[in-house]
Design a protein around this ligand. Structure first.
Ligand code: NI
Ligand code: MN
Length: 229
């Protein structure tokens, strides 16, 4: 499986001609090198409704006739933007044909802010995704703090790779993310949600070192870089 990092929390997984992109945010992302027009995917997963996670979702989904998977309220909102959607909720599992996705909890917020109307649209709870594909389990934690039920997720699922936010301020920082990786019993961790803007600047190599001291493989990818699993 090809694991491609597009920057911030946007990752793309590709295997056997199938592809899914999670939290597409390229337009307006100062660190992005990929162009939304060049993203080809059949499935778009959205962890929550903040603009740094959904900015390019409608464009990519409509160009590719892709299925947008999100929590019920956000899925409904995306359907109003002309997307094919699959709404689900935390604890549920859905098949997208080539993979199963399971929605897990995340502690964060998730409103769509309409500045010019001074309006905030409720978009359901934030979430993370466990992706079961090609005999592997991959976690995209979304935006979240450290929480103790990560131990439960780690007990129940054999996580080959976890995407964990390390930026701090809006999510957990590197120290909590190391504990999250331990509690999740993740074999490999790719840090996300950092260095996009000055307030979430972090030293990814230090994070990788801290993981290594605990026997966990850290893989820091620059925007546009990929690895295989
Ligand atoms: Ni967020
Ligand atoms: Mn975010």
């Amino acid at each position: 499986m090809k694991i491609e990092y597009h920057g911030h929390s946007c990752v793309q997984l590709t295997s056997g001609g199938n592809s899914m992109v999670i939290d597409p945010y390229l337009t307006g992302n100062p660190t992005a090198v990929s162009k939304p027009e060049n993203i080809h995917a059949q499935v778009v997963l959205l962890t929550h409704a903040h603009s740094d996670h959904i900015a390019d979702a409608v464009g990519i989904a409509r160009r590719n006739n892709a299925l947008v998977v999100a929590i019920h309220e956000l899925a409904t909102y995306m359907s109003w933007q002309g997307c094919n959607v699959l709404g689900m909720n935390i604890g549920g599992k859905a098949s997208v044909g080539f993979a199963d996705v399971r929605m897990v909890q995340a502690f964060h917020s998730s409103g769509i802010i309409v500045d010019d109307q001074k309006n905030i649209i409720y978009a359901g709870m934030p979430a993370g995704f466990l992706i079961h594909w090609d005999g592997m389990t991959i976690l995209h934690a979304g935006d979240t703090c450290l929480f103790s039920d990560m131990k439960l997720i780690g007990e129940r699922y054999n996580i080959d790779l976890a995407f964990l936010p390390i930026g701090d301020l809006f999510t957990m920082g590197p120290e909590d993310a190391v504990t999250a990786a331990e509690w999740l019993r993740a074999k490999r961790v790719v840090p996300i949600h950092y260095n996009t803007f000055p307030p979430i600047r972090q030293d990814a190599s230090h994070f990788v070192k801290m993981l290594g001291e605990r026997g966990i493989q850290g893989i820091a990818l620059k925007p546009g870089e990929s690895t295989t699993l």
